[in-house]
Design a protein around this ligand. Structure first.
Ligand code: NAP
Length: 549
């Protein structure tokens, strides 16, 4: 069914995961109803819809991993499973009346800035619409990454990614090869180990795994949370506060993580008696450098007779069913599951967003994402990212960061209203660079830089453009309001030639790639003295790789 062409909306939100649904709620609460949520799937949920692999659950407690404005007294466990999280998001969509706004099966193929009309032309798989503002909430965990391993095409068995689980394929009794030892893999391994014939885990880098303090939330607790909302609130605050206190160990004093590392080693020793296996499973980098994983069942599963660990990574596929490890070990398999993560630092949506100078966001970023306050990239007016660059967390709930970015979104729209007329805000390149530079400076002391690992937090240029090097409180403060001096105000050219608006900056954006917004007048005045830096701040000199191995 074709969409009617060129429908115009105030805001087009891309994605209906936590970010997109949260944006929709906040838009409605701000009195904005003229918006759509474009969702490529047939259901809400985003990554929580896609990831339905056996054992899929969240490793952040549910009372914190949920919207502050949509508390759920009925979470069944500390760490709820995928089905409960998906049900929660469906409930949010229903309760807040979001469904009429959601366009399912609308994949955004391209969004292009129309510099004359000051609006976005959004082409979807079901037609085109225009929007004053685009809010991209596609998230970093939306596009699965399968490594390009030689011979994969010739493999005759079943192959799938953890985020594209084929529930029609029965793994029972099969020889299964699991690739990767990240957060997804360590949940899949214990879930499938009891039923598969043989499980071979290909580990390129061992993970640090801590005990998972999971338990059922009792009926009494749930009753209390429903009847006395303050108890629910206190629970959430406690979970949040503990994590805020942990932040400085990650960002300023990685040495303090030594005790945690000893606990993780003891956790492994309790389950793994074989010293060779223990050696293979022991990381050679500081805990926290990669995301700390939580599991009580991963190590016990690895100790079972039907499980082999190949500790040298996967080199190639050979023939119809053989996997060859980097050390030459050969493994026969009926099925291969890739738990190899997502396109995080090379967000695919960035290739589909075309800014003021005709370049894509991916071209603008050139391998290293950077956006002012995690939201605005220079040359992409009226375009905001939820879970943008450097808004990830090493130890707490992403929902806190999402909500902070939603505050920013609402204030952004308010500022546009206040400015009046057909108007757009384009982040100043100098402000974007300054923001990014401060982050990269702070990154130098963090465990993600000094910990001696090569993690998915780092991009192709070796920069950590993923994680926020501070507390959620700091980020919330930084995104409380839009500072107009960090933006250039763009106004549509007046209809009659030769009559510029004297009260506000009139500026038709240039199409030259290198053009920088100068020190424009009005709202944008006073932001920068002198010229704007043309290049991104240099990548950190102290590379994370091998620094403290
Ligand atoms: P991931 O953390 O990126 O882990 C990918 C794994 O695949 C790593 O072990 C990696 O090894 C390995 N790998 C990647 N390319 C490889 C290659 N060419 N050959 C061999 N091994 C390769 O991916 P994920 O486990 O899917 O997790 C992705 C994100 O989802 C993370 O943010 C994670 O925290 C999140 N997640 C969260 C939960 C939760 O409970 N909240 C659950 C699941 C996932 P190296 O370590 O050597 O790179």
């Amino acid at each position: 069914m074709a969409e009617r062409e060129h429908e115009h909306v105030r805001v087009a939100v891309i994605g209906s995961g936590f970010g997109g649904l949260g944006a929709a709620v906040r838009l409605r609460r701000a009195g904005i109803t003229d918006f759509v949520v474009l969702e490529r799937r047939g259901a809400v949920g985003g990554t929580w819809h896609d990831n339905s692999y056996p054992g899929c659950a969240c490793d952040v407690p549910s009372h914190l991993y949920s919207f502050s404005f949509a508390p759920n007294p009925d979470w069944p466990r500390n760490f709820s499973g995928q089905a409960h999280i998906q049900a929660y998001l469906e409930h949010v969509a229903d309760t807040f009346g979001l469904r009429p706004h959601i366009r399912f099966h609308h994949e955004v193929e391209q969004a292009e800035w129309d510099a004359d009309e000051l609006r976005w032309v959004v082409r979807t798989s079901r037609g085109t619409l225009t929007a004053d503002v685009v809010v991209s909430a596609t998230g970093p965990l939306s596009d699965p990454k399968i490594p390009d391993i030689p011979g994969l095409d010739g493999f005759q068995g079943k192959v799938f990614h953890s985020a594209q689980w084929d529930h029609d394929y029965d793994l029972r009794g099969k020889r299964v090869a699991m690739i990767g030892t990240g957060a997804s893999a360590i949940q899949i391994v214990p879930a499938v180990q009891p039923t598969v014939g043989r499980l071979t885990l290909f580990q390129r880098t061992p993970a640090w795994v801590m005990p998972r303090m999971d338990r059922k939330i009792t009926g009494a607790e749930r009753w209390l949370h429903a009847k006395v909302p303050a108890t629910r609130y206190l629970r959430r605050q406690l979970l949040w506060g503990i994590r805020e206190l942990q932040v400085s160990a990650f960002t300023k004093h990685p040495g303090e993580l030594g005790l945690v590392q000893r606990l993780a080693l003891a956790h492994m020793k309790r389950a793994i008696k074989d010293p060779v296996l223990r050696e293979q499973l022991t990381p050679d980098y500081r805990i926290g450098c990669k995301r700390i994983l939580l599991s009580n069942s991963y190590y016990p599963a690895l100790a079972q007779d039907n499980v082999d660990l190949v500790a040298s990574g996967l080199r190639e596929f050979r023939g119809p069913n053989t996997l060859v490890a980097s050390d030459g070990t050969e493994t026969e398999a009926d099925a291969v599951v890739f738990g190899t993560g997502f396109h995080v630092t090379d967000m695919p949506i960035a290739h589909r967003i075309k800014g003021a100078d005709g370049r894509t966001l991916a071209e603008e970023w050139n391998g290293s994402m950077e956006s002012l306050r995690g939201a605005s990239a220079a040359g992409f007016p009226n375009f905001l990212t939820i879970i943008g660059p450097n808004t990830g967390l090493g130890n707490s709930s992403m929902i806190l960061m999402i909500e902070a970015q939603l505050n920013y979104m609402v204030d952004y729209l308010r500022q546009l209203d206040t400015l009046g007329g057909r108007v757009a805000l384009d982040a100043r390149r100098s402000a974007v660079h300054a923001w990014s530079h401060r982050i990269q400076e702070r990154m130098q002391r963090t465990v993600w830089t000094t910990g001696g690992c090569d993690s998915w937090y780092l991009d192709a240029n070796g920069r950590n453009t993923t994680v926020w090097p501070g507390t959620t409180t700091e980020f919330r403060r930084a995104t409380r309001e839009v500072r107009l001096e960090e933006y250039t105000v763009l106004r549509a050219a007046p209809a009659t030639a030769g009559a510029p608006d004297e009260t506000a900056p009139t500026r038709k954006p240039t199409r030259k790639p290198a053009a920088q917004p100068g020190a424009t007048s009005g709202a944008g005045s006073g932001a920068t003295a002198g010229g704007e830096p043309a290049a991104k701040p240099a990548a950190p000199s102290a590379s994370a790789k091998g620094a403290a191995a």
